[in-house]
Design a binder for this molecule. Structure first.
Ligand SMILES: NC(=O)c1ccc[n+]([C@@H]2O[C@H](COP(=O)([O-])OP(=O)(O)OC[C@H]3O[C@@H](n4cnc5c(N)ncnc54)[C@H](OP(=O)(O)O)[C@@H]3O)[C@@H](O)[C@H]2O)c1
Length: 290
């Protein structure tokens, strides 16, 4: 029997799940983490998870057992998953069946972009939730600044900021720590029912802008250079990424190449009660000093 204020976090061992658990713990929330690999239990408990629930999101009855007795669920779907819409429906139905007070759905900025599959699937999950009668809050986060952590060594070694889309396409990249804090505020406060929040970063930046900011912060000359999509594809293949995921990432990057992913930080700043983290601060605090 769990604490009646228990919050179930799915996708708990992932990048977003871990950040949300830490932010919830920071606000004194009682957290049940849903994981499929028992070996990460201790790490999640160290981050602040009070309970661990084991299971697979798509198979078996682990998810249903985990939903039982919780007050709220924040559902963070594995990225680029072809079953995302069906899983969203399953989570909604389980919340209704087990009288979960609120379901917080972790979606994406602009799910209406029908040419990008995971946006389209998230839109279907949102539509089902909104029509279901379940009390909800939907979060629509923009592209994370944390994508830079994966290429930081390469940027520093080569002097090139090289992502696989046009160097002029603009993005309101957002700090994951801000998103996690916003999610934790929403989960621990009243007044966010039936809301859909676009959560984007404070500045609309192209690769040229990002390279300039990194140069200013580090004192090292960095130039922007679009990574050819074939180079990106073969790098992903070499890293062992499944073919279906590579395909979807290439479609997403094709969209970004033409249109970027632009949003607005007003709602995020209203929720946080402070300015959103800007890219220069993120580079200084998270990349340079780590
Ligand atoms: N990255 C961005 O810029 C961005 C922007 C907006 C929205 N989002 C959304 O954020 C969400 C989370 O992304 P992320 O980068 O945090 O993902 P991630 O780090 O890859 O984490 C995915 C999580 O899902 C778990 N998982 C995968 N398959 C599972 C299964 N069958 N049963 C149980 N658990 C399973 C993984 O567990 P294991 O650790 O065991 O693999 C992991 O905990 C995605 O829906 C994405 O679309 C991302």
């Amino acid at each position: 029997m769990s604490n009646s204020n228990c919050i179930l976090v799915t996708g708990a061992s992932g990048r977003t799940g871990r950040a949300v658990i830490a932010a919830l713990a920071n606000r004194g929330a009682y957290v049940r983490a849903f994981i499929r690999r028992e070996e990460v239990s201790e790490e999640l408990q160290a981050l602040g998870a009070n309970e661990i629930a084991l299971g697979d999101l798509f198979e078996g009855d682990g998810l249903e057992q985990a939903v039982k007795g919780v007050d709220q669920v924040i559902h963070i779907c594995p990225p680029m998953n072809p079953g995302e819409a069906e899983l969203g429906k399953k989570v909604t139905d389980l919340c209704l069946a087990h009288n979960v007070r609120r379901l917080v759905e972790y979606s994406v900025l602009h799910p209406i972009l029908s040419d990008v599959r995971h946006h389209h699937l998230k839109l279907q999950a949102e539509e089902y939730l909104i029509n279901s009668g379940q009390i909800y809050t939907i979060l629509q986060p923009g592209r994370y600044m944390q994508h830079h952590a994966m290429i930081w060594k390469e940027i520093m070694a080569t002097g090139k900021h090289s992502m696989p889309f046009s160097i002029d396409a603009k993005f309101n990249i957002v700090a994951l720590a801000d998103l996690a804090e916003a999610a934790a505020i929403i989960l621990t406060e009243d007044g966010h029912e039936a809301a859909t929040y676009q959560l984007a970063g404070p500045h609309s930046l192209s690769q040229v802008d990002m390279a300039r900011i990194i140069s200013e912060v580090t004192g090292k000359a960095i130039i922007a250079e679009a990574k050819p999509i074939d180079t990106y594809r073969s790098g992903a293949e070499k890293a062992g990424m499944p073919a279906g995921r590579i395909e979807q990432l290439c479609i997403m990057n094709g969209h970004y190449d033409k249109l970027g992913l632009v949003g607005n930080s007003n709602v995020l700043e209203w929720i946080l009660g402070r300015p959103a983290t800007d890219f220069a601060t993120y580079v200084k605090n998270d990349l340079l000093n780590n």
